[in-house]
Design a protein around this ligand. Structure first.
Ligand code: ZN
Length: 409
């Protein structure tokens, strides 16, 4: 156990091992307050400027950044030090549980948590709304990517984490900057080559990352995914996003361009084409939220509880399920065919007589079993099924031989 002292005079006991450990420091649960977490920086991982920033964040904590009592971001609530009135070593923040955004697409595909495109839109709207609120306070998230936002599956509420990397206004002038560059594929081209801090960020910097996360949510793939040919960063630098050619087909399972609402298509073009070299051309977080609301409003529900774009005559999710079932059936057929090939080569039952059964005409038995095997193969039965049928057939023969007193079936 480690004891730390908050700036407001409380003593907290940290639970070991830490809940999460990163390059900067460790995040601990707090024994006295299960609803709080404490981030302790590693020695030399944070300098005086960082601690001044955290002290300022605590001083200027936005009380209203909640939705239905749920914190929209894990904003620092208090500073902590190793000794009373000692130098700041970390901070206290609200505890938030939940998965990040990335697994949501697989939940949608599998129908888990009753996840639909409507839910994904609601989550994306909540995220854009949170960015709007932060921008209105003069803050910039800076490091936007799918791992930095946690989701409550039940309500769709979101919480932005790692808030100590936010860029916030400095009352003495200028800003306390964002100290991290971010995740490749989610930070815009103008930040490349600028080192970890990469200079002052703007709401348009966030628009790029927010748009990339929204794209990932609704399409099921990152817009600037790495592959064998290029890294995500190279794709961002070249402006090669998933639909920059529009007609280009995505990987199986992703939402095709035509299945996105026109409001979202316009938005992504403004973000990743028009705004590639011109940050001012990117839509704001407010515009991103409004486009998402338009898209959500245009979704229609099919008889199977899916939500899809209104213009399509058929539900794309029903079609997708049909394709998936057919693909699965095809895979099963191919696997069984392969096993059938193994049956031909595998000596399932040897030609030797089985002494315990005293059958003196094994060749006849083997001929019979071969016939059974051929029938199984013809009907594409699995290896295990063939073995079971062969065993039953063999036992029947033995019983018949015993009952009839035949010594040589
Ligand atoms: Zn459907």
């Amino acid at each position: 156990m480690t004891t730390v002292h908050t700036g407001s005079g409380a003593t907290l006991t940290l639970v070991h091992p830490p809940r999460r450990e990163g390059g900067e420091g460790c995040i601990h649960e707090c024994r006295e307050h299960p609803g709080l977490l404490v981030k302790l920086f590693k020695p030399k991982a944070a300098g005086p400027e960082k601690f001044r920033k955290i002290a300022r964040m605590v001083e200027d904590a936005p009380g209203g950044l909640t939705a239905n009592g749920h914190p929209l971001c894990a904003w620092p609530l208090d500073t902590v030090a190793g000794a009373p009135n000692g130098p700041v070593a970390g901070f206290v923040m609200p505890r938030v549980d939940g998965p990040d955004i990335k697994p949501l697409w697989s939940c949608l595909i599998r129908g888990e948590h009753s996840m639909t495109q409507r839910h994904l839109h609601a989550i994306a709207i909540n995220y854009a709304w949170t960015c709007e609120k932060l921008h209105a306070r003069g803050c910039v998230v800076g490091d936007i990517h799918p791992n930095n936002v946690l989701i409550d599956h039940g309500t769709g509420d979101i919480t932005v984490i790692d808030c100590d990397s936010f860029q916030i206004p400095n009352p003495q002038g200028g800003v306390f900057g964002c100290e991290v560059l971010g995740l490749p594929g989610y930070y815009p081209p103008e930040l490349m080559g600028g080192g970890a801090s990469a200079g002052t960020r703007s709401p348009q910097t966030d628009s790029f990352g927010l748009g990339a996360v929204v794209f990932h949510l609704l399409v099921g793939q990152a817009p600037f995914g790495a592959d064998a040919n290029k890294t995500a960063e190279e794709r961002v630098a070249a402006g090669e996003w998933l639909y920059c050619g529009r007609g280009q087909g995505p990987a199986p399972g992703a939402t095709p361009w035509a299945e996105l609402d026109p409001a979202m298509r316009d938005l992504f073009v403004r973000l990743f084409d028009d705004g590639h070299g011109d940050p001012a051309a990117r839509p704001s977080a407010t515009e991103i939220r409004k486009a998402l609301q338009t898209s959500k409003g245009n979704l229609v529900e099919c008889g199977n509880g899916h939500w899809h774009v209104a213009k399509r005559p058929q539900c794309c999710w029903c079609e997708r399920e049909g394709r998936r079932k057919r693909a699965l059936a095809g895979r099963r057929f191919r696997r069984m065919t392969a096993q059938g090939g193994n049956i031909l080569r595998a000596p399932l039952i040897g030609p030797r007589p089985v002494p315990i059964l005293h059958l003196s005409a094994p060749s006849a038995v083997f001929r019979f079993l071969s016939t059974v095997g051929a029938l199984c193969l013809k009907h594409r039965l699995l290896l295990a099924q063939f073995a079971a049928i062969a065993a039953i057939a063999y036992l029947v023969l033995v019983v018949l031989a015993t009952v009839l007193g035949v010594n040589g079936v």
